[in-house]
Each structure stands twice: as structure tokens, then as C-alpha cells.
Design a protein around this ligand. Structure first.
Ligand SMILES: [Zn+2]
Ligand SMILES: [Zn+2]
Length: 350
């Protein structure tokens, strides 16, 4: 069976160290691929540090994988050795429930539900292990094709950060003539600005400070606001058709709702730790919508990758080695990354 060099963590307060894990030989409909790059998503950190409940240790996180196919099963039709492929947040689902049939495998309600790329149990009953590793075996239906024009290191973060923003922007109508605000400009937000602008919307960033303003404008925003400046949200009352919030810390939800036009939608993709207080009057009085969104299905993820290629979009990344993961986690928490750390797995065998 294929052996992978991986970086694993043993406890919520542990540090990542190098180890070896075993992957499955590809079954008839499975693909084994060599992972070249894996993005570090804030979700990896929440999970590894036990902030979302007990994790299954030793844990190999990583749900933004990009690499090259090494081997395919006998019945694989969609992929061949040498293809550029990616895997996002999940590697399997029932395939038969209403959501799976609708291409929304991320909401699978079948037996076993959506099988996440790490910290879950696979169909084989073994714990899943993510992208901080040199190879992985995945069912072909859960793989995406990475367009040739997107470098693999910049493609990896699209598999979570890209689809997390693409899906709500498309569903809630980012388009020419619409005013869209992206709240927070980290790993998620910097993709949201680019994608919303490419969809033709007029894009504003609502950030904590102005420290990333030049980048925001380079990504396609025409307006940039800092909530650390008093009165910012009040000055934006009834300005936007759509606001997508990527903030996972505490935020002024009621203030943001009041920035929506009549009938506008605020879509939250962040997962704040604490409950929020919601004043329903802000929704009722202007027929506004408050919604959530979580990644996207495989077909939509492929559509997002093709959209990014067509419009020349990609993640802005800082490439690091395996030994840098611990340090990178601290920097992500401190917002000291522009805009995604991506692990180069070729450093695992140094
Ligand atoms: Zn993620
Ligand atoms: Zn299902």
C-alpha cells in the first residue's frame, strides 16, 4: 500500500511533527495522487487545537490539496496518470440522498453523511487524513480538475477558500449593477473580492483597518472601509445588495444588516465561537435576508476552478515547508499571512 510522509499533531496543545501514514491502494473507481501543495485553512487550526470539539488524534489536517495523478483504478474514466487534480473539504458522501443527487454533497444526509477530508471516518472505517501529506487515494467523483493556467500552489486554496466565496456570490446574485461588500480580507475574503469583481459586481471591502487597502484595490475592490474608524457602518446604511461576511471572530451583525438595501442579503460563511445577538427588526423592516453558506458541491467547485482560470484569478500565497507549519498556525491566528500559507510537500523528504 502507498506510504505517505505526513505532518501530524497529537493533541490540542501539541506541535506538528513528521510521520508516515498508509494510504489505500486505489480501488477500481479510485485515484491515487501525489499531493504537491496543501493550503492551511483556519478550519485546520480550529480542528487541530480542539476548538470545535475533540479531534481524532493523531490528526493530519489539510483540505486544500493540489497535485498530480500517480495511479488510477481500472474503472476510472475521468482522470489519467499525470493529470492535475485537487481535493477540497470532503472525499466521499452517500451519492444517493436528495442533496447528493442535486450535486450538494457537502450537505449529504445519507448514511455516514459527508465524509470530510480529515478528522472523519472513511468508508473503509479508517480515519481520514488530509493534505499535509505526500499522497492520497480518493474516489474519482470527489476530485476536481485543476486548469493548466493556474499554478498548483495557487490553486490549492481555491478548493476551500475559493468555493466558500464563489458559491454564495453566485447564489445571491453578484453581477453587473450590484453592489457587493466582502467583510474581512483574509484567506477567504481576498478570494471573495476577486471573484465578485470578476462576476462584474461593484465591490467594497469592509475590514478592521486599512492595512490591506492597496491589496484590496489590486484584487478588484473600488471601495475600502475600516470598521475601526468610528461611524463606518452607519455611513454605509442601505448601500449594498449583498454582503458576504468571512469573519470568524465577534462582529457587529446588526450593524452590517443595516448596510443592506431593501431586500438585500447578508451571507455569513464564518463560524464565530460565541452566539450573536440579532435584532430582527433590521431584517423585517427592509425585507432583508440573513443566510449561511458552506463550501459547495463538486460540480460547483469545478465550475469555480474553471471560472478562476477564465478570469485569471488565483489565491495569493506564501509557500512554506513542513517544518514551518507550527509557526504558520500562530501567524494565521495573528492575521500575519498574505493571504494563504501553502505547504510545499517536496520539503517533507529533505
Ligand atoms: Zn477550509
Ligand atoms: Zn448523500
Amino acid at each position: 500500500m502507498p506510504q505517505a510522509t505526513a505532518y501530524a499533531i497529537d493533541s490540542p496543545t501539541g506541535r506538528f511533527s513528521r510521520t508516515t501514514i498508509t494510504r489505500r491502494d486505489p480501488g477500481p473507481t479510485e485515484v491515487l495522487f501525489d499531493i504537491a501543495f496543501a493550503g492551511i485553512c483556519h478550519s485546520d487550526i480550529h480542528t487541530a487545537r480542539g476548538e470545535w470539539g475533540p479531534a481524532k488524534y493523531p490528526l493530519v489536517p489539510g483540505h486544500e490539496l493540489a497535485g498530480i495523478v500517480r495511479e488510477v483504478g481500472a474503472e476510472v474514466t475521468g482522470f489519467a496518470v499525470g493529470d492535475r487534480v485537487g481535493v477540497g473539504c470532503f472525499v466521499d458522501s452517500c451519492g444517493e440522498c436528495d442533496n447528493c443527487r442535486a450535486g450538494e454533497e457537502q450537505f449529504c444526509d445519507g448514511p455516514g453523511s459527508t465524509i470530510w477530508t480529515y478528522n472523519a471516518l472513511g468508508r473503509d472505517g479508517l480515519p481520514t487524513a488530509g493534505g499535509y501529506s505526500t499522497c492520497i487515494t480518493v474516489e474519482q467523483d470527489y476530485l476536481c480538475r485543476i486548469p493548466d493556467s493556474i499554478p498548483l500552489q495557487q490553486a490549492a486554496p481555491l478548493l476551500c477558500a475559493g468555493i466558500t466565496l464563489y458559491s454564495p456570490l453566485k447564489r445571491w446574485g453578484a453581477a453587473p449593477g450590484k453592489r457587493v461588500a466582502i467583510v474581512g480580507m483574509g484567506g477567504l475574503g481576498h478570494m471573495g473580492v476577486q471573484i465578485a469583481a470578476a462576476m462584474g459586481a461593484e465591490v467594497a471591502v469592509i475590514s478592521q483597518t486599512r492595512s490591506k487597502e492597496a491589496d484590496g484595490r489590486r484584487f478588484g475592490a473600488t471601495e475600502y472601509y475600516a470598521v475601526s474608524e468610528p461611524g463606518t457602518l452607519r455611513s454605509l446604511a442601505r448601500q449594498f445588495d449583498l454582503i458576504v461576511s468571512t469573519v470568524s471572530g465577534d462582529q457587529n451583525l446588526n450593524g452590517l444588516i443595516n448596510c443592506l438595501k431593501t431586500g438585500g442579503a447578508l451571507v455569513d460563511v464564518g463560524l464565530p465561537e460565541h452566539p450573536v445577538t440579532l435584532k430582527l427588526g433590521g431584517l423585517v423592516s427592509q425585507r432583508r435576508v440573513l443566510a449561511g453558506s458552506q463550501i459547495g458541491g463538486i460540480a460547483e467547485t469545478q465550475e469555480m476552478l474553471d471560472f478562476c482560470a477564465e478570469h485569471g484569478l488565483a489565491a495569493q500565497v506564501e509557500v512554506i515547508g513542513g517544518e514551518d507549519i507550527n509557526d504558520a498556525y500562530d501567524k494565521v491566528v495573528a492575521s500575519q499571512v498574505r493571504y494563504r500559507f501553502v505547504i510545499d510537500t517536496s520539503t517533507f523528504t529533505d
